[in-house]
Design a protein around this ligand. Sequence first.
Ligand SMILES: N[C@@H](CCC(=O)N[C@@H](CS)C(=O)NCC(=O)O)C(=O)O
Length: 285
Amino acid sequence: MEIRYTPPKVWTHDAESGGKWANVNRPVSGATYEKALPVGEHALQLYSMGTPNGQKITIMLEELLALGKNAEYDAHMIKIGEGEQFSSGFVDINPNSKIPALVDYSSQNAEPIFESASILVYLAEKFAAFLPEKGIKRTQVFNWLFWLHGSAPYLGGGFGHFYSYAPEKFEYSINRFTMETKRQLDVLDKQLAKNEFIAGDELSIADIATWPWYGNLILGNLYDAKEFLQVEDYTHIQRWAKAMLARPAVQRGRIINRDWGDEWEQLENRHCAEDIDKVLALKPE
Ligand SMILES: N[C@@H](CCC(=O)N[C@@H](CS)C(=O)NCC(=O)O)C(=O)O
């Protein structure tokens, strides 16, 4: 076998080597420049981008509003491809420099909330929705919420990175992460064969966390890998993914903090419901 790379004794950072994301990232944490974050008029201030991890929170907020909860929010775009996650304002609310991050100005000391699962649990508890209050039903939601949080990095950071973003296609890495992605799809498909929603017969934060990753993947909105992964085989995920997409809150939440795609699915910043209505009205019949 041809040896193409032997690791040196000590790794050094080569900003040119890693393709799409290497030029903004560094092997240390912290701010790279001084800039405060914008603050809108609502108590909930979200700093995000419409990637799968970002969509989780905007879909959750739109589902809460659809339920009649007082979950009005401003969603400010953080352009991660341009390094805005390294501004001093963003690092102050998430030292890990990853979207999404939330500040609730109606809470004591307005402590920042980061990690999408933590944000989902916070919102579910604050508004008493999409998460049973106690007992085994709550644990079942956590089983699948934490399953998603363990699995998605294999899909995004593993499969998506090597299949779609890497500057060169490496068979070893693509094989490893494709196998794991298909295994995870099979796990989810079997769960959805037994249940209408992921953690049972009601929509929960497990569905809201999972749809932006596996729903988008199955529907062909992520990595253009429908044929490669033979996604039509996962009939139960297909059923669930389409049912989720039929929900108005999912259609609204998925377009926020985006500056790519068709014009009817791009809303950079969201300050009120009408901001979304105007963009969705551009969708052809
Ligand atoms: N575990 C984190 C992951 C968040 C994450 O990976 N965010 C990505 C976008 S999907 C990001 O901000 N990347 C910017 C970077 O890596 O510099 C969560 O669930 O919130």
